[in-house]
Write a protein that binds this ligand. Structure first.
Ligand SMILES: NC(=O)c1ccc[n+]([C@@H]2O[C@H](COP(=O)([O-])OP(=O)(O)OC[C@H]3O[C@@H](n4cnc5c(N)ncnc54)[C@H](O)[C@@H]3O)[C@@H](O)[C@H]2O)c1
Length: 244
């Protein structure tokens, strides 16, 4: 299916790392989008933008720490200065901070919420006014099946991801009549660089027999970001090999 993203301007926060965000950047670019590859890790953001430009796509790198609303605003301002509009926002960064709630530090709890929840909301808040002004836009947030599975050791992370789903449903109702959509894509385990140790271990628990590849998550994100999903908003979709 042609997603018809030619010339659309897409910001991807957390575009580096070689996982889902990197795959999303390549996927959107392969469908014709102009990509603003944002990552707190500058070499990674540069690498993704350089690679996309070298293969004939159009991309720039930005370096906002998504826990800062000011930095998110600067990221959006840079995109607007370069391309005059922002059509798509995909929010990726999260911090899991695995450990029991009782024995994990308050600093760690705050870090999980700052990166996972506020990092998502800061980017959305920064992009929303331009999208509302142009009366179009599509936002896709990376969630997690942990929000529904509620595994022990992930209480802050799972709660932050659940909050993103509820937030997205509310926001979809606020901005739908202004032409802006927002959806969430969840996953359980994905074969990303950070999950290498898990590879193969639990695959038999997954009805389709393997973990999704980052590209398979990215394809769902690209679809929801596109006008092919024009009648889908406020929804959460799991790309999880049937795990939940
Ligand atoms: N990998 C999995 O198995 C899996 C499963 C379910 C959900 N997810 C979700 O998918 C998303 C991506 O996971 P991943 O494992 O592919 O990548 P990741 O968690 O390794 O991070 C992606 C990128 O985000 C960047 N980043 C981190 N903090 C940032 C900040 N404050 N500001 C800007 N950039 C920042 C990192 O530098 C990295 O390049 C996360 O939201 C995660 O919760 C992943």
């Amino acid at each position: 299916m042609d997603l018809n993203l030619k010339g659309k301007v897409a910001i991807v926060t957390g575009a580096g790392g070689g996982g889902i965000g990197t795959s999303v950047s390549y996927e959107l670019a392969s469908e014709g989008a102009i990509v603003v590859a944002n990552d707190i890790d500058r070499p990674w953001a540069d690498r993704v933008a350089k690679q996309l430009n070298s293969q004939g796509s159009k991309a720039i790198a930005t370096y906002a720490d998504v826990t800062s609303f000011n930095e998110c605003q600067a990221m959006v301002s840079k995109a607007l200065a370069e391309f005059s509009r922002v059509d798509i926002l995909v929010t990726i960064p999260a911090y899991m901070g695995y450990g029991s709630f009782a024995h994990t530090s308050m600093d760690d709890h705050h870090r999980v919420v700052d990166v996972t929840f506020w990092g998502t909301l800061n980017a959305i808040k920064a992009v929303l006014k331009p999208m509302l002004a142009q009366r179009s836009g599509s936002i896709v947030c990376m969630g997690s099946d942990s929000a529904r599975m509620a595994p022990p050791g992930e209480s802050m992370y799972a709660a932050s991801k659940a909050a993103i789903m509820t937030f997205a449903t509310c926001l979809a109702k606020e901005v739908g009549s202004s032409g802006v959509r927002i959806n969430v894509v969840n996953a359980a385990l994905v074969s990303t660089p950070g999950q290498e140790g898990m590879a193969g271990g639990f695959a038999h628990n997954y009805p389709l027999g393997r973990f999704p590849e980052p590209k398979e998550v990215a394809e769902a994100i690209a679809f929801l970001a596109s006008d092919r999903a024009a009648m889908i908003t406020g929804q959460s979709l799991s790309v999880n090999s049937g795990r939940l």
